[in-house]
Design a protein around this ligand. Structure first.
Ligand code: HEC
Ligand code: HEC
Ligand code: HEC
Ligand code: HEC
Ligand code: HEC
Ligand code: HEC
Ligand code: HEC
Ligand code: HEC
Ligand code: HEC
Ligand code: HEC
Length: 307
């Protein structure tokens, strides 16, 4: 590191100044990073050298042999690095992030010159609009040796900057352990776009959930139709105020689909079937007091999901 900084040559800067006075645009600086660091030697910028991108040993990386170093990402900086006359504006390089004047397309283009294969074609068709969300909105390349979006414990915070609604959902009484930092969004979502709707990690909601909740996959002797269809019919994946992250409490949850006539709504009670009064069995766990195998049953006589 020290060597790089010491190698800065004032003479090179002067030569560049002449070049830009000649009206040459889009020229690269003579000494690469050494030129840039002469003015941008602050700790934040130098943190890059504690990441893969800053490693000279990384083949194809910005600091690999024959690569453009800082300018591999920030674009040609010769004019920017040159001398600026009083009252004149310093020509800009490519600046990253949504706030930047550089178009998102151009920013992402710099990353994609090396990362087409990492993000794949689906980036362009995915839910994160490739002309609205910058790679740099999620990936922090200078500020910390750890890229926050790629650490489970800090990932959600990066997303919450734009996804406020999901933030408030995860703050509800019952949710996945996201705020505790034990789980990120990644278990369920694929970041770089996918063919799946809503950028899910697997092709369907159920495949996604069953990666971790394999015991709910079945196959069951007696299936409960909505469970095989979509876990989201009963569960709010980001969080809910009802135990078990249910979208509603039973019996309301169940009665949303099961008719109120006959047994289902007026369950068996001490007076026998369908006495017309609210059953005490509907208190507490409600329908699941009796229909405890709500995800499906493997018991020969479990057709009513009771065992
Ligand atoms: C002679 C000093 C000097 C050199 C050399 C220099 N810069 Fe700059 N750079 C500046 C100044 C001053 C600004 C602020 C410009 C402004 O606000 O108009 C700046 C701004 C930037 C910014 C935007 C920072 C922000 O907060 O928005 C980036 C990125 C940048 N430079 C990258 C580079 C790169 C890459 C190089 C090497 C090719 C380089 N600079 C060389 C002086 C320099
Ligand atoms: C791999 C791509 C890449 C390389 C290589 C790179 N940068 Fe950056 N730079 C970025 C991104 C992305 C940002 C936006 C902030 C962030 O992600 O941390 C940025 C931000 C900056 C800023 C704005 C100030 C700030 O802290 O936000 C400066 C100045 C800068 N870079 C200078 C440099 C210099 C000097 C070098 C070479 C030593 C360099 N960059 C190499 C991608 C890169
Ligand atoms: C000059 C080529 C080049 C450019 C430009 C470039 N990268 Fe990289 N990047 C690499 C290489 C090479 C790796 C290492 C890949 C590996 O380990 O498989 C890498 C690794 C990464 C990683 C993973 C880091 C890790 O620690 O594993 C991320 C995230 C990343 N780049 C994002 C970006 C973003 C965002 C941009 C644009 C701002 C960018 N890169 C620009 C070449 C580049
Ligand atoms: C919505 C946030 C988000 C955006 C936008 C995003 N990424 Fe990522 N990226 C991630 C996350 C999260 C990971 C970690 C994935 C993992 O660990 O499986 C990742 C991983 C990576 C990696 C390293 C892992 C790998 O696939 O080899 C690279 C390289 C990368 N991203 C490049 C990019 C580039 C280039 C862009 C822009 C075209 C981009 N990313 C846009 C969130 C994002
Ligand atoms: C810079 C802002 C920004 C950041 C950061 C961001 N997103 Fe997004 N995200 C968007 C935008 C814009 C859309 C598309 C519009 C929409 O549907 O809300 C989107 C869409 C999505 C969708 C699909 C929504 C749908 O209806 O299909 C998912 C899932 C998603 N983001 C997850 C994430 C995750 C996970 C992260 C963090 C790793 C993240 N986002 C980070 C802006 C962002
Ligand atoms: C337990 C799995 C899971 C986790 C963890 C998760 N999501 Fe989701 N997310 C889903 C499902 C399932 C959907 C809805 C998919 C559908 O019905 O098409 C969804 C939808 C979304 C949508 C689109 C919402 C809409 O109404 O269109 C966004 C945005 C989103 N998630 C962001 C996030 C963010 C940000 C995180 C991390 C804080 C996150 N998700 C964590 C499973 C999850
Ligand atoms: C990446 C792994 C992972 C994925 C994918 C996942 N979960 Fe979870 N789930 C967990 C963990 C971890 C817990 C917490 C277990 C604990 O606290 O004992 C949990 C707990 C739950 C709970 C119980 C909550 C409570 O309050 O008792 C429900 C319901 C649930 N998940 C539903 C889902 C649904 C629906 C999906 C798909 C949209 C899904 N999960 C996807 C890991 C995952
Ligand atoms: C018909 C509504 C319904 C559907 C659909 C549903 N669940 Fe549930 N789930 C429930 C109810 C009700 C509970 C609470 C059970 C209790 O009270 O013990 C629950 C509890 C859970 C729990 C926490 C307690 C436990 O048994 O481990 C997990 C995890 C879970 N469900 C995962 C899933 C997954 C994964 C899917 C999709 C394959 C799914 N659920 C589909 C109604 C449903
Ligand atoms: C999204 C709609 C939906 C929800 C919510 C739902 N169910 Fe069902 N349930 C069905 C469907 C569809 C069937 C299959 C009916 C059939 O085959 O005739 C079914 C079947 C059943 C059966 C077996 C009925 C039989 O005739 O064999 C029981 C028992 C049952 N559900 C109980 C519950 C309970 C308890 C809840 C609440 C925890 C619940 N259901 C929530 C849609 C739902
Ligand atoms: C006290 C135990 C008990 C409670 C509480 C209970 N059920 Fe039942 N349920 C049964 C029994 C026993 C059967 C089987 C009746 C039969 O075979 O004729 C049954 C059958 C059903 C069936 C199949 C309907 C049919 O005609 O075969 C459905 C659907 C159902 N229950 C839904 C519910 C819902 C929804 C709730 C909550 C509102 C609920 N049950 C509460 C014991 C209960």
């Amino acid at each position: 590191m020290k060597l790089l900084i010491q190698a800065v040559s004032i003479a090179a800067l002067l030569v560049l100044a002449v070049q830009s006075a000649d009206g040459q645009e889009a020229n690269y600086s003579r000494k690469g990073a050494d030129t840039c660091i002469a003015c941008h030697g602050d700790a934040e910028v130098l943190t890059l050298f504690r990441t893969k991108h800053g490693a000279p040993s990384l083949p194809g990386g910005p600091f690999g042999e024959g690569q453009l170093q800082c300018e591999a990402c920030h674009g040609p900086g010769g004019s920017h690095a040159g001398r600026v006359r009083r009252g004149q504006e310093r020509p800009s390089v490519i600046i990253f992030g949504s706030e930047s004047n550089t178009s998102i397309e151009e920013q992402n283009g710099m990353c994609l010159t090396c990362h087409k294969n990492n993000v794949g074609f689906s980036w362009h068709t995915g839910a994160h609009p490739s002309d609205e969300v910058a790679c740099a909105d999620c990936h922090n390349l200078h500020h910390s040796p750890l890229d926050a979006v790629r650490q489970t414990s800090t990932q959600a915070d990066v997303c919450f900057a734009c996804h406020q609604m999901q933030r408030s959902e995860t703050q509800k009484a019952f949710s996945h352990p996201i705020l505790e930092g034990k789980m990120g969004c990644l278990g369920c979502h694929n970041m770089h776009g996918d063919n799946a709707a809503t950028q899910l990690a697997r092709l369907s909601v159920n495949d996604t959930c069953q990666q971790c909740h394999a015991e709910k996959r079945g196959p069951y002797l007696w299936e409960h139709a909505p469970v095989s269809e979509d876990c989201g019919l009963c569960h709010a994946p980001h969080g809910s105020n009802h135990p078990g992250m249910l979208t509603k409490r039973a019996p309301l949850l169940c009665q949303g689909c099961h008719s109120q006539s006959g047994h289902p709504s007026v369950a068996h009670d001490a007076d026998g079937l369908a006495s017309g009064t609210q059953s005490r069995f509907l208190l507490g766990q409600s329908c699941t007091n009796c229909h405890s195998q709500v995800h499906g049953s493997n018991h020969p006589s479990g057709s009513k999901l009771m065992r």
